[in-house]
Design a protein around this ligand. Structure first.
Ligand code: SF4
Length: 229
């Protein structure tokens, strides 16, 4: 256990770095995970009976440096009894302003993709592996993902979906604890947090690479059919 005064100094250092726009910290993934575990406030996990309990537990979170530049936490949206969850990598600029996931052009494409396979956004739960916007839309760093992970795990446990669709490389790699490229992961069922997971391309990637839309459409059809089919 680290000295509380050292941890307070470390928190102050990280907050200062964040205000200065310094978002890179050197270290191995294991070192970063250990660091984030140590600087997270040692508040015990409360009783979590609903998503609003999880949101309350999250509070105005400052557990990782992403809190320093965010406008709004993007917790997630959708029904608590959704059968399918979509998990992306993190909020973008519009999401950060509005506090809602997938509200920009990528969100509109996701809506269109859902409609193409007979689903509506109101039927699914959408969230991200980190709830605050990474500056410049960079990939979330391992320590940030680790700091936010308990809240994602609590969301998945409460919603208990029959399937998760991981949107894009960072979300797929974080959920499946792999470094494999998205081109190899997409379209194949795996498992994370006790739930079948189907990775596919992120809608933002599809906007830049429309030739990949047909593969994503096939992935969503497989998502609707479920892992057993
Ligand atoms: S990304 Fe998650 S852990 Fe980091 S400050 Fe935001 S809510 Fe907290």
């Amino acid at each position: 256990m680290a000295d509380p005064r050292q941890l307070a100094a470390l928190r102050g250092n990280l907050a200062c770095r964040s205000r200065l726009g310094l978002t890179q910290i050197e270290g191995s993934r294991g070192e970063m995970d250990q660091l984030m575990a140590e600087i997270m406030p040692a508040s015990p996990k409360p009783s979590l009976g609903s998503l609003s309990d999880v949101r309350g537990w999250l509070g105005e979170c400052t557990r990782c440096p992403l809190s320093g530049q965010r406008n709004k936490i993007v917790f997630g949206a959708g029904p608590e009894d959704a059968r399918i969850m979509f998990i992306g990598e993190g909020p973008g600029q519009r999401e950060d302003r509005q506090g809602l996931p997938f509200v920009g052009p990528a969100g509109q494409l996701l809506d269109a993709m859902l409609a193409a396979v007979g689903m509506q956004r109101s039927q699914v739960y959408i969230t991200n592996i980190v709830k605050c916007r990474p500056p410049g839309n960079r990939d979330p760093q391992p320590g940030e993902v680790a700091a936010c992970r308990p809240f994602l795990e609590a969301q998945v446990k409460l919603i208990a979906p029959t399937a998760i669709c991981a949107l894009g490389r960072p979300a797929s790699q974080a959920l499946l604890a792999t470094d494999a490229p998205i081109g190899r992961l997409r379209g194949s069922w795996a498992e994370a947090l006790g739930v079948p997971v189907l990775p596919t391309y992120h809608p933002a990637y599809l906007l830049r690479n429309p030739e990949a839309k047909a593969m994503a459409y096939n992935d969503l059809k497989a998502l609707v059919r479920g892992p057993a089919n």
